[in-house]
Design a protein around this ligand. Structure first.
Ligand SMILES: *Cc1c(COP(=O)(O)O)cnc(C)c1O
Length: 492
């Protein structure tokens, strides 16, 4: 066999072009053979198709059709978030432009653990993360310079100036250190980092306090970091109750890290952020806000005010592979005080030797716990610049409006019960008078027949069907079709 071509270099584009045509053809063929939001037949059928297409995963001699065969198989067996009846999870259909940018990243393959592997990508990430942090925490004053940055940007080099006593004496003329953000693989890694930074500030006795509505990755991160057993507060209304938090902060020994949620995974609800932030301030507790889902509201003029209080958090989790329409992965942890990031500073001579850093090579290693790291910043930057705030905000508004429309249809339907009017793009409902088992059966039947992908959520002691609407192209007829499918699969 001749040498397989490379994705970059002088022949890169010529090598990729026919392969891309193959991929696009296989994606189309696979989707056509699927014919719905997910493959019919359930796990055994799908597994058999995959086993047959794959054959020997490590054959002695290669197969030139492997790309077409496997891409087609994966597409045929996909749960396609771009299908309007695939609406279970925070699993978004990625924008074409973001996916195209991601392809460029795959071709160039920069790695963000050192400047000499990612000269432009590292600067792009710096600018993007600063802009997104400023979106959450407000823009630094004075405005950052435009044009090329003369000095290298790392987590630590400029902080001495910024923390000098003059900072406090002359706040109007000396810039406060601007907020910063780290790119993560998603909400889970961002929450994990938030707990780590909090522990490095408050010590190993730090106790996580969160609601039963919080994402499972938060208590898991506490476990992973060896922190004391978290306090999980009951959330009978779906959101954290300030009075309950007040009681905990006054009766349980600290230090505390309170984790609030802006956009719960099950119901899309937003904790009362201003009241919780005020309590944390009063009791000296650190505040993390998990806005993995709801953070997208920042781009919507109509809905941004739902996030009031977000800026009070020490750290904020954001997931642009949810309400940001990015291919996985596109997470972010924003940090109000960039000093917190010095805890991640790390030295490995081959990546950030002191003399290299002193000579002006940016030190990137403290921007993540990972070493080799893909520049997910490119697809995000391309998306923000292509659509602009208004374009992205319009997508957020569209899916939230879809949720309202679906809720109205459910309310008007005598056979269905709506859990609550939606805040974000999640709608929970169930056939009136159905048992929990019947609700679970409906969901599984729709999955196995390949008719629809709906989620499930247990709230108020009952099981609900969950629709998470993230497809801006969904039409009203799709929403009616979804309800008709549920109706048609409800036992009499
Ligand atoms: C999705 C989600 C997470 C986890 O994010 P991943 O990107 O799946 O790691 C964390 N918190 C909330 C509220 C979420 O909805």
């Amino acid at each position: 066999m001749s040498m397989p071509p490379l994705a970059s270099g002088p022949e890169g584009s010529d090598a990729l072009r026919p392969l891309l045509a193959t991929v696009l053809d296989a994606l189309d063929a696979g989707a056509r053979s699927r014919g719905g939001p997910l493959p019919a037949g359930g796990p055994h059928t799908v597994a058999a198709h995959v086993r047959e297409a794959l054959g020997d995963p490590l054959p002695e001699h290669g197969d030139p059709d492997a790309l077409h065969t496997l891409v087609r198989t994966l597409a045929a067996g996909a749960a396609d978030p771009a299908h309007p009846l695939c609406a279970a999870h925070l699993h978004c259909p990625p924008l074409a432009v973001a996916t195209a940018a991601d392809l460029a990243v795959s071709a160039l393959n920069p790695s963000l653990d050192s400047w000499d592997q990612a000269p432009a990508a590292s600067e792009l990430e710096t600018l993007l993360t600063q802009a997104l942090a400023a979106e959450i925490y407000g823009h630094p004053n004075p405005a950052p310079p435009t044009g090329p940055t003369p000095a290298p940007k790392g987590p630590t080099p400029t902080l001495n100036d910024l923390t000098a006593p003059t900072t406090r004496r002359r706040p109007a003329t000396v810039p406060t250190p601007p907020a910063d953000a780290l790119v993560t693989t998603g909400g889970t890694e961002a929450n994990h980092l938030a707990l780590l930074l909090a522990r490095e500030t408050h010590g190993p006795a730090l106790r996580l306090v969160c609601g039963a509505n919080a994402h499972h990755s938060l208590p898991r991160a506490a476990w992973l970091l060896g922190l004391p057993e978290p306090v999980i507060l009951p959330t009978p209304t779906g959101v954290l109750d300030p009075a309950t938090l007040h009681h905990t902060l006054t009766t349980r020994p600290g230090p505390h890290l309170v984790a609030a949620t802006a956009g719960t995974t099950d119901a899309g609800l937003i904790d009362p952020l201003p009241a919780l932030a005020a309590l944390c301030h009063t009791h000296g507790a650190r505040l993390h806000i998990d806005a993995a889902y709801g953070g997208g509201l920042l781009f919507s003029d109509r809905r941004r005010s739902l996030l009031t209080g977000l800026e009070a958090a020490h750290t904020v989790t954001l997931d642009l592979h949810k309400l940001g329409w990015q291919p996985v992965a596109a997470g972010l942890l924003a940090v109000r005080d960039p000093h917190d990031l010095t805890a991640l500073h790390h030295h490995a001579d081959y990546l950030n030797a002191d003399d290299d850093t002193e000579a002006g090579l940016p030190d990137l290693l403290g921007r993540s716990l990972r070493t080799t790291r893909r520049p997910d910043a490119l697809k995000i930057a391309v998306t923000l610049k292509t659509l602009g705030r208004s374009g992205l905000g319009a997508l957020v508004d569209r899916v939230c409006d879809h949720a309202r429309q679906l809720a109205d249809l459910i309310t008007a339907h005598p056979g269905l019960e709506l859990h609550a009017p939606p805040t974000l793009s999640t709608v929970l409902f169930r056939p009136a008078h159905a048992t929990d088992n019947a609700v679970a059966d409906i969901r599984r039947r729709l999955l196995i027949h390949g008719h629809a992908v709906l989620g499930r959520a247990r709230l108020d002691g009952r099981l609900w069907l969950k629709t998470t609407l993230l497809n801006p192209h969904t039409r009203p007829a799709d929403l009616t079709a979804l309800l008709r499918l549920v109706e048609g699969n409800t036992p009499a």
